[in-house]
Ligand binder design. Structure first.
Ligand code: EPS
Length: 415
């Protein structure tokens, strides 16, 4: 079982993540993890902190000479502003310089204070902050490294920012990620990208914030991750939980789930056909997002995460109550981003990769990479073997199995 924990506050000394359940022998370097962390700092509309936050990492355990050891991997990410915050955030006994008592509507401030019996909103917001997602992205880099061993890639792009949308047929393929990251808003549609930047500028001018939608694709995911047999093993359910756990994400769509809810059944599903060239069963479309009955079909996994506009505004105008006096007030002002949708896409990739790698490890098992891959090949061979009558006899199925041929989904350049 793959699991990970994160700890640390936004302005504390640093963040830490422990990833447990990785087989031994997965190639990984600190550069790979740092590259993912740098991608999360991208995006027009981030606050000043993203310009100086370096996400400096220390690998504390679980990796030796560029490979996992099978032991828990621990990664520390330092916060560059710690010097400035070390009194306010000190773990030593003491008091804050001032208490934040006008909770921001839409943030975790008030329910967190009420739940934990805290009188200072900072005691809640420091952990609720999306700074924590840096630790998730570090863990996600390890998950991506496992998936890469299966020939699978997870990428994302922004398809909506505020009310500006990318064209419906513009979807990057596995080789397009650098082009997506080169966009100021991580949008693959050049025309939409300009409108998105303008929308961010307009919101920034008024001290406001914007939400949006990031789409995540996982290419090359084999048949058979997740299961139909229990509610808590369904792959779509697991992905929805993983994505909804990202700060400010309020909705998740699997494939064309929202659109198909309004059309007839005859137009809502993906026809199955036998592809002679690859010798596999494929789907003509990707409406189901590569998941049927809670099980991956071998097609492209497509999911979307919907982010609300950030609850912290540079010009607070939403009414609240000062919990120290009971008087009406405006929420406190805290340094913030105008939008974090481009970064959320990178975090969503990490959460999707962690979910898929976790399910791949559950399916194939193995304490070493070699064992994991052998089990994966064996299952792939079985799936091919079942197709042997179509592929020209049992021998053809066996050959495909021996070669460990991957079952790819329909290629995904367009929606
Ligand atoms: C955040 C507020 C801002 C963001 C932060 C999330 O932090 P600060 O108040 O220190 O400027 O920069 O995001 C990150 C630090 C990050 O690494 O993503 C918030 O309130 O959630």
């Amino acid at each position: 079982m793959l699991r990970f924990l994160t700890a640390g506050e936004s302005h504390g000394k640093g963040l830490v993540t422990i990833v447990e359940g990785l087989p031994a022998g997965i190639p990984i370097t600190s550069d790979q993890i740092s590259r993912e962390l740098a991608r999360r700092r991208l995006g027009y509309g981030r606050g000043p902190r993203m310009r100086f936050e370096a996400d400096e990492i220390t690998l504390l355990g679980g990796i030796r000479h560029g490979r996992t050891l099978g032991s828990p991997v621990a990664i520390e990410i330092a916060n560059s502003e710690w010097e400035k915050w070390k009194e306010e955030m000190s773990p030593a006994a003491g008091k804050p310089s001032k208490r934040l008592t006008t909770p921001r509507p839409g943030h975790a401030d008030l329910p967190g204070m009420q739940k934990y019996g805290l009188a200072d909103a900072r005691d809640v917001l420091e952990r609720a902050s999306a700074r924590e997602t840096a630790a998730r992205v570090a863990a996600g880099a390890l998950a991506k490294a496992i998936l890469a061993e299966l020939g699978a890639t997870v990428i994302s792009h922004v398809i909506q920012l505020g009310s500006e949308r990318a064209g419906p047929s513009v979807r990057p393929g596995p080789g397009d990620i650098d082009e997506v990251d080169a966009s100021p808003v991580r949008c693959f549609d050049k025309q939409a990208q300009e409108r998105m930047v303008d929308a961010i500028k307009a919101a920034a001018k008024e001290g406001d914030s914007l939400g949006g939608v990031a789409e995540v694709m996982a290419y090359g995911i084999p048949v058979g991750l997740g299961s139909h047999v229990h509610w808590d093993r369904k792959l779509d359910g697991l992905l929805a939980q993983a994505l909804c756990s990202i700060q400010a994400v309020k909705a998740v769509e699997i494939g064309d789930g929202i659109t198909v809810s309004g059309v007839r059944g005859s137009q809502a599903h993906d026809s199955i056909y036998f592809d002679e060239a690859s010798g596999t069963l494929m789907r003509e479309t990707s409406r189901a997002g590569g998941i049927e009955g809670g099980i991956s079909t071998g097609g492209d996994i497509i999911v979307r995460a919907y982010m609300k506009p950030l609850a912290t505004l540079n010009r607070p105008v939403i009414g609240t109550v000062d919990v120290a006096t009971g008087e009406r007030a405006l929420s406190f002002k805290e340094r913030t981003d105008v939008t974090a949708v481009p970064a959320m896409g990178v975090v969503a990739e990490a959460m999707v990769a962690l979910t898929l790698a976790g399910e791949a490890l559950r399916k194939y098992g193995g304490d070493s990479l070699g064992e994991f891959i052998a089990n994966y090949r064996s299952h792939t061979a079985q799936v091919h073997h079942g197709l042997a009558p179509f592929a020209g006899g049992a021998d053809a199925g066996d050959k495909a199995g021996q070669a460990g041929t991957m079952i790819d989904g329909p290629s995904s350049a367009s929606r």
